[in-house]
Design a protein around this ligand. Structure first.
Ligand SMILES: Nc1ncnc2c1ncn2[C@@H]1O[C@H](COP(=O)(O)OP(=O)(O)OP(=O)(O)O)[C@@H](O)[C@H]1O
Length: 463
């Protein structure tokens, strides 16, 4: 069966002639890039052990990778069988001190020690106020921040812990579409085949069964790509998300003892970049700051944070780790593609799990849409949401469904968590009707919709 809009998702069988065997020695990485439009590759771990960003591959299982730039690392050596075309090379490390992965593993063990300590103290003193480490990963663009965050989360869950993961980088989205900022508890294994390595929308299907246990994130809608597009609002949402994260941590003892891993947007090591990180660190009461590959950023954060205490009176450790030279460049076109695929997966699922979204047709009057204003529409420099006229210009945009009422003031709506997304398929001006896709069959009721500026509109999902 062919599903409109899903055309590029289904990987076709890779050409049989391209099967090859790759032998990796301990610490080596197989780095690969599968282009967006390619059929994808399959990889089988034949012997030994290998992992993608901390999540292990099972021996003899065939994994399919589409539109991915990533690596498979082996700690003890392995043999891989790869089928299909992709750009790839092997990074060889002769000694442990040459690989940044060793310092990431050491960081994991240091965090584990802190978690064990908090667990022991909590049990002995019956003290539920103690928190596990809150780790913020930061660095310049393409320093491997998200990969390290994912790896730390994967190692923690492999040891049975349940970290809370949060992202304040609206460019990409964690378990949600780009343009959002979210947090979720990761208590189970991540999906190795997910193009986003387990942080993508696949981890939290809007409907239908899933191949890995689903995560239930709290999501806020920023509606723009970069922090600088609306710094004051980003700061507000960071504070809201930090508050919600704290509630999540307090709900489950193991989450509280495991602590938080916080992914941040790429910033420059200048005053405004450091201010962004310091705000996130303070709001999330971060007590471990990991800086990847920037001595300048490390020095600035040391200066600003190393003498501060968290609101719980703990010292803040700032540490500089090398970035991996394998981190891949992702240009604007790639990131746009990532956003498009995320939207498609949100509504239609992925090759392993097809979703069937519902098409609704409503009158103009049944929808309340507010929009993130253009710069020309700022009100006294303040970016409040403004009512949006329904027009064909809205076609192909995804709109956030807010957990608020249409009667709430715009400031409240803007800061509300989101329930999900709809995609506008068609606006019929003559009949004053709007056709949209939704992952659920129910009506929107009196939920307001917010029309942001990111992710940008995509092809008509209903063909
Ligand atoms: N050692 C590596 N070998 C190959 N690919 C890698 C390696 N490390 C990271 N990557 C890939 O490089 C890309 C960028 O990495 P990542 O998202 O972790 O960087 P980032 O610093 O978070 O990026 P941004 O600045 O855009 O937020 C990702 O596709 C990731 O899977």
């Amino acid at each position: 069966m062919s599903i409109p809009g899903l055309g590029q998702i289904t990987p076709q069988a890779a050409a049989a002639t391209t099967i090859r065997t790759i032998a990796l020695q301990p610490l080596w990485e197989w780095r690969f890039e599968v282009p967006r439009r390619s059929a994808g590759i399959t990889v089988r771990l034949v012997t030994g052990s290998a992992e993608r960003d901390g999540t292990p591959l099972a021996v003899n299982r065939t994994y399919t990778f589409v539109r991915t730039k990533s690596k498979l690392l082996t700690w003890h050596g392995c043999t891989l069988e790869v089928n299909g075309d992709c750009d790839a090379y092997v990074a060889e490390y002769a000694a442990p001190e040459d690989s940044p992965m060793v310092s990431y593993l050491n960081l994991h063990f240091a965090l584990k020690e802190r978690r064990d300590h908090v667990r022991a103290m909590s049990g002995a003193a019956q003290n539920r106020a103690l928190l596990g480490p809150r780790v913020m990963v930061c660095g310049p663009k393409n320093s491997g921040k998200t990969s390290l965050a994912r790896t730390l989360v994967a190692y923690a869950t492999r040891m049975g812990a349940q970290p809370l993961v949060a992202s304040v980088d609206p460019g990409e989205g964690l378990l949600s579409l780009p343009g959002t900022m979210s947090a979720a508890v990761f208590g189970t294994v991540m999906d190795v085949e997910d193009p986003a390595g387990g942080f993508g929308v696949r981890g939290t299907p809007s409907t239908g069964p899933s191949t890995v246990p689903v995560k239930l994130p709290i999501v806020y809608y920023f509606g723009r790509e970069k922090v600088e597009d609306d710094g004051p609002f980003w700061r507000e949402l960071v504070s809201k998300l930090a508050g919600s994260a704290r509630v999540k941590m307090d709900e489950v003892d193991d989450v509280r003892c495991t602590g938080l891993v916080l992914d941040t947007p790429a910033v420059a090591a200048n005053q405004s970049g450091i201010d962004i990180l310091v705000h996130a660190a303070r709001e999330f009461a971060v007590n471990v700051v990991v800086v990847l590959g920037s001595a300048g950023m490390n020095a600035e954060l040391q200066r600003r944070l190393a003498h501060e205490k968290t609101r719980f009176g703990e010292p803040i450790t700032v540490l500089l780790l090398d970035k991996s030279e394998g981190v891949a460049e992702r240009d604007k076109a790639w990131m746009r593609g990532v956003g498009e695929e995320a939207i498609k997966e949100y509504f239609f699922g992925d090759p392993k799990r097809t979703l069937s979204p519902f098409t609704h047709s409503v009158t103009y009057e049944e929808l309340t849409v507010l929009k993130v204003p253009d710069e020309s529409e700022y009100f006294e420099g303040q970016q409040v949401l403004i009512p949006a006229e329904i027009s064909p210009e809205m076609s192909n945009w995804t709109l956030a469904v807010m957990d608020a009422s249409v009667n709430d003031p715009p400031e409240i709506i803007r800061q509300a968590a989101i329930l999900g997304f709809i995609a506008i398929a068609d606006v019929d001006e003559e009949r004053r009707r709007v056709k949209f896709l939704s992952p659920v069959s129910g009506r929107l009721g009196n939920r307001p919709l917010v029309w942001g500026r990111w992710p940008e509109p995509y092809i008509n999902l209903v063909g």
